[in-house]
Every structure is written in C-alpha cells, then in structure tokens.
Write a protein that binds this ligand. Structure first.
Ligand SMILES: C[S@@+](CC[C@H](N)C(=O)[O-])C[C@H]1O[C@@H](n2cnc3c(N)ncnc32)[C@H](O)[C@@H]1O
Length: 289
C-alpha cells in the first residue's frame, strides 16, 4: 500500500466514520468471536474510523489495541471517534500512522511485543503487492496469534431488481462497474501485482495454519428506519458520483440514478419503503503455529 494510492482517503474520511457507526453491531459480533480471553495486544490495520478497534477493545479485559492507518486525516477521524466512544483505561486504543507493508518495521517497533490478534478489513486490497502485505502482517504475530482478513464476500444489495426507471438490474450493473473500477484501481497502485489465488491461500503462503473462513450475513429487511434508509441512499449516491467520471456507467443508467438520487424528485429512493440492506462478509483467519 502506498500513500499516493489512487483513492482520496482524505475526502473519504467522513464516509469511513459513517461506516464505522453503521457497522457497529457487525464489528461487535465478529470481535466477540475473534478475541480470546488472554489477548493483550491487538492491531487494527487500515483502521478507517476505528470501528473494529473499539469493538476489539470492548472484548478485552486489559492491554492495547493499536489502530493503524496510513492517512493522517483518516487517523484524525479515528482519534475523534475513539475519544467520543472510549474511556476505559484498562484497554488503551492507540492510533498510529503507519503505511503497510512499507513501514512494517516501524509498526513492529511501536508494538514492542508480538501481537495476539491482527485485524485488517478492506485494507490489504489497497496494497500493490497483497501477498507481501499479508506476509508482513503475519510476521507481527505471537505463536498462537491470529491474523483475520475481512475481504471478499458478496456486494451489498439495497434495491429491488426493477425500480421502475431505466432497464431492470440497475444495482447489478452498478456492482459490475464498481468491479471494473476496482480492477483499474489495483492496476494503478505502485508495485501492483496480481494475486491469482484466494485469501485463504495468501494466509497459507504467509506460513499460517490452520486457515478458516467465516461468512456472516448482515441483513436489514425493508422497511428500513428513516436514518438507515437515508444512509443507504447516501452510500449509493457516493458510489454513483465516484463512478460517474470513469465512463463505466452508461448514460441511460446515470440518468436513472440522477432521478432516483434527487431528493426533490418524486422518484427519490429516500421515499421508498422497499429499500433493504443485505450483505455477506467473509473473514479469513490464519493462526501462527
Ligand atoms: C476501505 S477502508 C476500510 C476501513 C475499515 N478497516 C473498514 O473496514 O471499514 C481502507 C482503509 O485502509 C487505509 N489504508 C490505505 N492504504 C493504507 C496503507 N498503505 N497502510 C495502512 N492503511 C492504509 C485507508 O486510509 C482506509 O482507512
């Protein structure tokens, strides 16, 4: 990963805070399963607004959670979120600016001990060389320590297949465009390499065993409460606006989205009672033998 990656994390920092708040219960559920009673040192790599750092801290009885991110603006947002949510001095949450994998040695030094748990959600895929990043993170673990990668799963779904505007399948095509954007983003990363195998293999190549995967369904059926419905609309608007300049969405689809995302229009998605949230997220876990 590099700080000049083709994503503007400074601009995205507010969205990372919204995501951390939205995903609070999911983080708690996963942290409850991941954190072992004796864990004293955990690391959240590419922490965003530190939603998972907070969840891990809530499951520990004492020790430290080091919330690592390469981008200072994101880390500032994480720090604010931590201050607002955390005051228990038995577990410290320490934000730390580190670029992974380039600055792994500095992270190891700051940790000052091998880690019991390293968590990385949607961050390793921003590394040009993903295998190098996974191997670097595995190298932070104590014997018996666990590296958990939240990567993959299924894309979030929110809309009925036919929303009544444009061709049916609007959200499916949005995902397809996002997928192509993702491929471009990866190709433009410094030191970009393909990793032509799955995350479980990457964990094995890093010397971890056993390796397991757990996929959790995150479902909020229609009708959504107003705040969640508006958050869904905002998230879709954010995605459409990021994809608009790429040319990956057709003019007809953009026209349909413009109507659906216009709060002053009668087709605004925020008026719909049939919006839902459905996603499946995978966590791949490898253990340091
Ligand atoms: C998609 S966000 C995921 C945030 C959070 N982990 C989550 O799941 O909501 C990716 C995060 O990785 C961070 N990141 C990107 N490149 C990085 C790097 N080289 N080293 C550490 N963190 C990085 C970004 O700043 C961002 O906070």
């Amino acid at each position: 990963m590099s700080t000049d990656a083709p994503v503007d994390w400074t601009e995205l920092a507010p969205q990372l805070v919204d995501a951390a708040r939205r995903d609070r219960n999911w983080y708690l559920m996963i942290a409850r399963e991941l954190v072992a009673p004796g864990d004293r040192l955990a690391v959240d790599v590419g922490c965003g607004a530190a939603g998972m750092s907070l969840a891990i801290a809530r499951m520990m009885t004492c020790g430290r959670v080091v919330a690592v991110d390469a981008h200072q603006t994101v880390l500032d947002a994480a720090r604010d979120h931590i201050s607002a949510e955390w005051s228990d001095r038995r577990v410290r949450i320490e934000p730390l600016r580190v670029d992974i994998p380039a600055e792994t040695a500095a992270l190891r030094e700051a940790l000052d001990a091998p880690a019991d748990l390293v968590w990385a959600s949607a961050s390793v895929h921003h590394a040009g060389d993903q295998q190098a990043a996974v191997t670097a993170l595995a190298g932070l673990l104590a014997p018996g320590g666990r590296l958990a990668l939240a990567e993959g799963g299924l894309p979030d779904r929110h809309l009925p297949w036919d929303v009544g505007l444009g061709e049916p399948g609007l959200e499916v095509r949005l995902h397809a465009a996002q997928d192509r954007w993702f491929a471009r983003m990866r190709a433009e990363l410094p030191d970009s390499r393909r990793m032509p195998y799955g995350w479980t293999e990457a964990l094995r190549h890093a010397g971890l065993s056993p390796v397991t995967t757990r996929t959790a369904l995150d479902e909020q059926p229609a009708p959504l409460p107003d705040t969640i419905r508006w958050a869904v609309v905002e998230a879709l608007a954010g995605r459409v606006s990021r994809l608009r300049p790429t040319g990956l969405l057709s003019a007809a689809d953009l026209d349909a989205w413009d109507h659906l995302l216009d709060p002053a229009g009668k087709e605004w998605l925020g008026h719909r009672g049939d919006l839902f949230r459905l996603s499946a997220r995978s966590v791949h876990l490898g253990v340091h033998p």
